[in-house]
Design a protein around this ligand. Structure first.
Ligand code: HEM
Length: 343
């Protein structure tokens, strides 16, 4: 009884906080956000003790923490003038924290979409949301998102919650065949999170008060490659990360792709890939990950408790489009909910 009324209080407070954000920032998307939150709330409340990791409520998406590592994010000095904006305006070396994740599977050996969340720290300047000094970048292992709009994402979340994923894709009255095709292409069996390419899939501004929009991509640049599964099974990606770092520090190249064709490179459809031949990604920074004890109980628990938000960002890298607008409140809500419900 006490637990129930506590939950009700938490839910009311979170709702008020979120509505504040919605009203102030994105007006028209409020209904979608509220409904996405209701789905998340329902999911969090149905999480069993067994599903919790060290008592921590798992994320709704990018559910399994493969591992989090400390890294250096080094901004290059030779960058095209147009790209010298925000974090990339001057050469520099920043501490960073990276989280590698599986979108849906707890078993690393299964096909899945992988996630990479990056937090660059000690970045000078104000943030649009969250902790000053932090610049977050969130990426997936496929260049397009299966959902074109937040509404499609919501429909999928509802179907998943009801255990009717297949009918979301194949319902003859409201089918999502392109989404199915993207999920089919995007889910892969991977051998190491350090050998995968990642994309932001949605656009971001480049430069305060600028009309430039970009997408991000992170590309492996280590000479080390994982050729076969390390300790095949449930935690093989974690094992591969460990083996790679024991062998040599890891290298990831961070690139930006300028939007050069407004029609072929839409801001509002996250399922459209911006053609890399028309506008190639240009490397602006290098991420280096040294060997470290990232798989201790404490480090994994810290990883599970972390949370990222694309709006934790300099204004020069403001998230663009409705997909991103919705994410601002949804991620903040998700993190608050997970932390309140965890001991
Ligand atoms: C309307 C669009 C989207 C919605 C509603 C959405 C929803 C979510 C939710 C609910 C979470 C879990 C948050 C938590 O419980 O703490 C999450 C996490 C995540 N999402 Fe999205 N997502 C969207 C688009 C995207 C896009 C475009 C990307 C980038 C490719 C992305 C990448 C990620 C990653 C990497 C995480 C893990 C964040 C972390 O490590 O804390 N999502 N998303």
């Amino acid at each position: 009884m006490h637990r129930k009324s506590n939950r009700h209080w938490v839910s009311t407070m979170l709702r008020i906080a979120t509505l504040f954000t919605i009203g102030a920032v994105i007006g028209g998307d409020g209904a979608t956000i509220e409904q996405l939150e209701a789905e998340m709330m329902q999911r969090v409340q149905s999480v069993t003790q067994a599903e919790r990791k060290d008592g921590i409520v798992p994320r709704f998406n990018q559910v399994k923490s493969v591992g989090c590592v400390e890294a250096r994010f080094e901004v290059h000095d030779q960058i095209d003038r147009r790209l010298k904006q925000g974090l990339f305006a001057h050469p520099g070396s920043y501490p960073a924290y990276l989280r590698f994740a599986n979108a849906t599977e707890r078993d690393d050996s299964k096909k899945d979409i992988r996630g990479l969340s990056i937090r660059v720290r000690q970045v000078p300047g104000k943030v649009l949301w969250g902790e000053p000094g932090a610049q977050d970048f969130l990426l997936n292992s496929y260049p397009a998102l299966f959902a074109d709009t937040p509404e499609t994402f919501l429909k999928f979340m509802r179907a998943r919650q009801a255990g009717k994923e297949l009918s979301f894709f194949l319902n003859p009255l409201d089918s999502h065949l392109k989404a199915l095709w993207i999920v089919f292409r995007a889910r892969e069996r991977h051998l190491s999170p350090l050998d995968i390419r990642y994309w932001s899939t949605v656009p971001f501004r480049l430069g305060e008060d600028s009309g430039q929009a970009v997408k991000y991509s992170v590309t492996p640049c280590s000479s080390f490659r994982t050729r076969q599964a390390v300790e095949p099974g449930e935690n093989q990606l974690r094992a591969a990360l460990k083996a790679h770092l024991k062998g040599e520090s890891a290298c990831l190249a961070f690139g930006v792709q300028l939007r050069t064709d407004p029609e072929a490179m839409p801001l509002e459809d996250a399922s459209v890939i911006w053609d890399e031949k028309a506008s190639p990604f240009v490397e602006v920074a290098t991420i280096t990950i040294p060997d470290q004890a990232f798989d201790t109980t404490e480090a994994l628990s810290r990883c599970e408790q972390s949370s990222f938000n694309p709006w934790q960002s300099l204004p020069a890298h403001e998230p663009l489009g409705r997909m991103n607008a919705v994410r601002r409140a949804v991620y903040a809500y998700g993190a608050a909910l997970r932390h309140k419900e965890s001991p």
